[in-house]
Design a binder for this molecule. Sequence first.
Ligand SMILES: [Zn+2]
Length: 420
Amino acid sequence: MVKNRIDASSPASLRRTHRGLVLSLVQANPGVARAELARLLGFSEMAATRIVRELVEADIVEEIAGTDSRKRKPSKRLGRPKIGLMIRGEGLFAAGITVSAYHSEVTICDANGVLRARKEIPYLVSEDIGGTARAYGRELKALIDRSEIDAARIVGVGVALAARTSLKENEIVRSDYFGWGNDDGLFQRELEAAFGLPIRIDNISNALAIGEMRFGDARGVDDFVLVHVATLIGAAVMTGGKLVRGKDGVSGMIGHFRSEPSAHRCVCGRQDCLNLNATGFGILSKLGKITSGRFDRSQLQTYAARLLEVVESADKAPLLECAGASLAPALDGVCKLLGPEKVIISGYVGANAAYITGLRRALGRDFGEEMSGRLPIVAGQVAPVQAAALLALSTFCYSDLLDFERFSNPSGLVPKQREA
Ligand SMILES: [Zn+2]
């Protein structure tokens, strides 16, 4: 029996939801046939046909004959070629700004998540949050102007950075890393004014988790934990396919979990935070590179440059293993609480093989059979510099937030039916 059977005269909000579901399904199953799509979503074939036709007319989806070959499987059926549905890569684009002391980049990806333009830019963060937003906005604007893509087909702009954000209030709640307090929505307003496009600002861990779920290692995985390890450490929790955001967006701050005592001070003032051990900061302190006795924001770029040297030198592997082992107690607690299907470790320090080896070994040694091998712990596939554009793509293309009217049939050749 088909559940949730819908007809073609559904109200506009429902139609937006259905359009998002269709796009998501086609993206996840390139070559899917229309009848199969209707079956999987529980739509009537008439409703599926109508939505698909709109998306084809808007150049967002394309119909391909004999697409079984694209799925690398020979067609078992002979006779009439099967018509499969694909996302048209050039149909829509998304832009991104990744703000990081390691590599700041502005990027544009196509609807399939493939990077089409990118530029590494200087680190432009200052105490002036509005000025920081404008500076990064200018770099992205220059990239869009120079690139060959059709700027009118950009769905929105994503920003990934080390801050906790509230989606409800469209604001940055706090950033221990940059030393920012609540920005009252200033960062977002500056970018909206510059681009006239929808903006989504999110924590780098959340942006990476969203990217991994659609384009990376967590495809088809609804419950997973992503830990981002660079100079400091943060986490994103996906449960039932939704991010856990907590009150005011301040979930995932595992950097302040209790850990071994350190000679140095965390951004919060304590000397026993995970931030001081299982991180790049912990590695630098073991190397004697932290002279001020505390995490010093004015040194963010120096920390990053030194850590990039560390992860590239083989003789530093024991230090990375040791930092990874320090994460084990916290990760054990997180996993026992949430029961994830998979753990993804990302970031310039965390995604290093030695870090993950140290983590796995300590989990197996100290936390029993369940943690020693049965739980997949993998390095992230989505790079931090891709995360921002993928965030915008997931948010404004593969959801009910797609502004379909803006992209549908600008020539007006096909009469559009008014949405109720
Ligand atoms: Zn702390």
